[in-house]
Design a protein around this ligand. Structure first.
Ligand code: GRF
Length: 193
């Protein structure tokens, strides 16, 4: 059984979707970690009966306490679901090809520091794009970097869409594809054991 920690800073719809979609003999989600004590994901976790832990942004810059908890909880892999802190080097090194992130655009465009949430969708609309999508990728110590596991696209309607309407379309894709990508990572990990 692969034990996965979800790291989330916000609303947590992807976290909830993963937990609800993936009860299996292959993997489980025993822990949600956040860097935001106000994050909506904490309410969702409570409702779902999943343990949570709040760390400060400073804890994430440093990394020791977070890694200690991950090890104490025997966490095998990490899924980022709207997580805003950078993953510290000690954790990246401890989990090589075992951390994945989802980004609400087609990387390498519309990524990097400051490109999160509505900022991404605003930038896509301002650029007059007619296609956007999601990128699921392995995580290294740079923002929105690391090899790609999967991309999926959706249309953008430049004269009609708002950042909110585009975000809704993107969330739909995320909820569809993130569970599939997690399963791919877990299956790859199983083959390596
Ligand atoms: C998603 O759009 C994801 O791509 C990005 O942050 C958002 C999180 O949404 N990294 P939610 O909190 O899972 O609803």
């Amino acid at each position: 059984m692969i034990r996965i920690a979800i790291l989330a800073s916000g609303n947590g719809s992807n976290a909830e979707n993963l937990i609800l979609q993936q009860p299996s003999e292959l993997l489980q989600y025993p822990l949600i970690i956040t860097d935001n004590a106000q994050a909506g994901v904490l309410q969702r976790a409570k409702r779902l009966g999943v343990a949570t832990h709040v760390f400060s942004r400073a804890d994430f810059r440093e990394g020791t306490a977070v890694l200690q908890l991950l090890q104490d909880e025997k966490i095998d892999a990490i899924v980022l679901a709207g997580f805003l802190s950078r993953i510290p080097q000690n954790i990246v090194e401890h989990y090589p090809s075992r951390i994945i992130n989802i980004h609400p655009a087609l990387l390498p465009r519309f990524g990097g520091k400051g490109m999160y949430g509505h900022f991404v969708h605003e930038a896509v609309l301002a650029a007059g794009e007619v296609v956007s999508g999601i990128t699921i990728h392995y995580v290294d110590a740079e923002y929105d970097h690391g090899s790609t596991l999967c991309q999926a696209t959706c249309p953008v309607y430049p004269s009609v869409d708002t950042p909110d309407s585009l975000a809704e379309r993107i969330h739909h894709l995320e909820h569809l594809y993130y569970p599939v990508a997690v399963r791919q990572m877990v299956q790859r990990m199983k083959e390596e054991i």
